[in-house]
Design a protein around this ligand. Structure first.
Ligand SMILES: *[C@@H]1O[C@H](CO)[C@@H](O)[C@H](O)[C@H]1NC(C)=O
Ligand SMILES: *[C@@H]1O[C@H](CO)[C@@H](O)[C@H](O)[C@H]1NC(C)=O
Ligand SMILES: *[C@@H]1O[C@H](CO)[C@@H](O)[C@H](O)[C@H]1NC(C)=O
Length: 257
């Protein structure tokens, strides 16, 4: 009895400490120690070229010159910026014709549609989900709706639905979140173009870069209460990891009595 109590308590400590370790670890690839006081400048091109792969999105950012708009917002405003970046695989699952039929102005609108003129941390989306329409850089009717589903941020463009699958960078004034699909604005796709069937949900090939070592216990704890589609359970959202650990910890406490 004594032994198992000690064992369980030390397990709880382990879980809690692994939870805080996850929160602390930055999403950046290189585990370099914090350099001397860095200037505020965040080079978006550089960030996007090392993460991802986001080459397709970056290519559009550059060809439309939208990168300058975004970099300027990051450099020179108090508001900051939040960018939703689809991985290259997200672009390959959009019907080629869907994008190739667009004019260059429309392409530019689609890319502008992927950013909000304000910095939002992941926690801020709880509040945003009470707002019915959030304006994007594309302006006007080009708005996004957010829903916070137990820590998973769901995004609706009116024409496509997706979710934030990981945080690439989230330090005021710049937030960059990876999304599973290209955000297709209803203002373009709801009118000009004959509706293409929504791309079938592609099974995610486990994205190696996304997840630091995942405890198998985490995924076990997640399954009973998760009503989301299967693919979300292996997405390592930071808050979700903590949540799973807390559930495990409280379960262990119950076992004590
Ligand atoms: C930002 O990074 C890109 C890619 O590494 C580089 O080509 C560019 O010169 C950088 N821009 C600035 C202003 O440092
Ligand atoms: C952003 O700031 C960097 C560093 O000060 C500068 O090199 C770059 O030209 C600026 N870019 C824009 C678009 O303001
Ligand atoms: C956002 O939500 C509002 C209110 O529920 C709805 O009228 C609107 O069509 C939605 N827009 C998108 C882009 O999903």
């Amino acid at each position: 009895m004594e032994f198992s109590t000690v064992f369980i308590i030390s397990n709880i400590m382990l879980l809690l400490s692994s939870a805080s370790a996850k929160t602390a670890s930055p999403p950046s690839l290189s585990p370099t120690p914090a350099p001397a006081p860095a200037p505020d400048f965040v080079n978006l091109t550089e960030l996007l070229s090392v993460a991802g792969p986001f080459h397709t999105f970056l290519g559009y950012l550059e060809s439309t010159k939208v990168i300058d708009t975004f970099q300027n917002q990051a450099n020179n405003t108090e508001e900051g910026i939040t960018i939703f970046v689809p991985k290259d695989t997200a672009f390959s699952s959009v019907k080629k014709s869907a994008l190739s039929k667009l004019t260059s102005d429309q392409i530019k609108q689609v890319i502008l549609f992927h950013a909000l003129p304000h910095f939002y941390s992941l926690a801020d989306f709880t509040k945003l989900s009470e707002t019915s329409s959030t304006p994007t850089f594309a302006g006007g009717d080009y708005t996004l709706n957010f829903t916070d589903n137990s820590g998973t941020v769901l995004i609706s463009s009116g024409w496509s639905r997706t979710k934030v699958s990981s945080a690439v960078h989230s330090t005021d004034p710049v937030a960059i979140y990876q999304v599973d699909k290209v955000l297709l604005p209803e203002a373009i796709f709801g009118t000009d173009i004959p509706p293409a069937p929504a791309p079938a949900p592609t099974p995610d090939v486990a994205p190696a870069a996304d997840s630091p070592t995942e405890h198998s216990a985490d995924s076990k704890a997640s399954s009973p209460s998760s009503n989301l589609d299967g693919s979300s359970s292996h997405k390592l959202l930071i808050s979700f990891g903590i949540w799973a650990n807390l559930v495990l910890a409280s379960f262990a406490v119950l076992v004590l009595f």
